[in-house]
Each structure stands twice: as C-alpha cells, then as structure tokens.
Design a protein around this ligand. Structure first.
Ligand code: DX5
Ligand code: ZN
Length: 216
C-alpha cells in the first residue's frame, strides 16, 4: 500500500479555511487530520464541532479526527455526527479502551489509538488486532510546530513488528514534527501515514509540499 498523507489543520489559516480545504481537496493528500484539544488532556484548546462540520461540508476526503481529550466516550456519537470517518483516542485517556474501540466501530467509523511519547507500544499487545490505526506521537501532544522526538523511530519499528506478528492490517500513523529531515526515515521504519501540520501549511507551496511527501 502506498503511504497516506494527512495534513493537520491545526496549522491551517482559519481566516481562510475554505481555501485551505479546497487546497487539500485538490492535492495528493489522502485525509484531513483534525486535532481536537480540550485544555485538560493537553495544555491547549483547539476547535470543536462547528469547525469539524464546516470542514466536512466541503471536504472530498475522509476526516481523520485525533482526540486529545479526557473521557472521549462522552463524545463519540457527537464526533460521528460532526463527520468523523476515522476517530483516534489516546490510550492514556481511556480506562476501558477495548469498549471505546468497539463503540467507535459500531458507529461505522475506523478506530485508532494514539500513544504519547512515554507510552510503550507493548500496551497494545492484546488489542492490536482490533485497531484500524495506531498513532505514534512524535512530539508531546498539544501544539503544532514542535521538534520531532528521535526515539520515535524505534517505537515505529516495534509497532511494525507487533502488527506483522499478529497479521493485522493496522495502519501506523506518525504525528508531530514531520518534515523533510525525517519523513523518508519514518517511512523506512514502517510508517503508513504521515501527519504534517507546519511543514505543509507554513510552506511556500503547500500543494507541492504534500506532493513531495506523497511521492517519497
Ligand atoms: C499535536 C497534534 C499534531 C500537530 C502536528 O498535538 O496532534 O497533529 O498539529 O503539527 P506539526 O506537524 O506542526 O508538528
Ligand atoms: Zn494530531
């Protein structure tokens, strides 16, 4: 499978959101990565349902929604209704992760689990077969434009081993600090989906930057 590109709208220009949506629609990107932050799980607040619905009304590609919120079970149906196609919850925010994943899937969405930089891949051993995607955080979640954590490569390789050993189709997504110095190495390590915020939206030509990431 050719790797996927999911530009993070946290770095988009919200004053001209429609233009950025159209840009991604017309680009070689595969998904829209939407970062939802509650100011509790992470020290930042981003955006919520009205923005997701606005993006959904214009997007021609799936919405890849990354929840950085406590107790995500309270909002799974609301995110489905807002237009999420892939819903990713944080391992660190879920007491009954298995149940949460079943609920996401029962509503017809793909289910992902995100791991903070300090959380080992091994915590997913018993559940990997149920997961459509695992998101490896390569920065501490909360902000765009942070520096990539180099130990992420070994986590990706460990996750790849786990996925292969259990013959699972789980997508390996990497999120945080992705740029031209690490993207190729991340793909070599086993990444299937690159999220990029600043590297795409702050570049001179975001469409070309997406193309560059896609043809790697
Ligand atoms: C961080 C978010 C990321 C972020 C990535 O908490 O989950 O998706 O927007 O932004 P960059 O690519 O700029 O690190
Ligand atoms: Zn994200």
């Amino acid at each position: 499978m050719k790797h996927l590109i999911s530009p993070s709208f946290l770095s988009a220009n919200f004053g001209q959101l429609n233009m950025d949506i159209e840009m991604v629609n017309a680009s070689q990107a595969d998904w829209f990565h939407l970062d939802i932050m509650d100011g509790v799980f992470v020290p930042n607040i981003s955006f919520g349902m009205p923005i997701i619905k606005q993006i959904k009304s214009k997007a021609t590609k799936p919405l890849d929604v990354h929840l950085m919120i406590v107790d995500p079970d309270r909002y799974i149906t609301a995110f489905k209704d807002a237009g999420a196609d892939i819903l990713t919850v944080h391992y660190e925010a879920c007491t009954h992760l298995h149940r949460t994943i079943q609920v996401i899937k029962s509503l017809g969405m793909k289910a992902g689990v995100a791991l903070n930089p300090h959380t080992p891949v091994s915590v997913l051993e018993e559940i990997i077969g149920e997961l459509d995607m695992v998101l490896i955080m390569s920065v501490n979640p909360g902000f765009g434009g942070q520096r990539f954590i180099e130990t992420s490569y070994s986590k990706i390789r460990k996750l790849k081993e786990l996925v292969v050993s259990q013959q699972s189709n789980t997508i390996i997504q990497v999120d945080g600090g992705v740029n031209n110095t690490n993207a190729a190495k991340l793909l070599d390590a086993g990444t299937n989906c690159l999220v990029a915020g600043n590297f795409v939206f702050k570049s001179e030509d975001p469409t070309k930057t997406i193309e560059w990431l896609k043809i790697l």
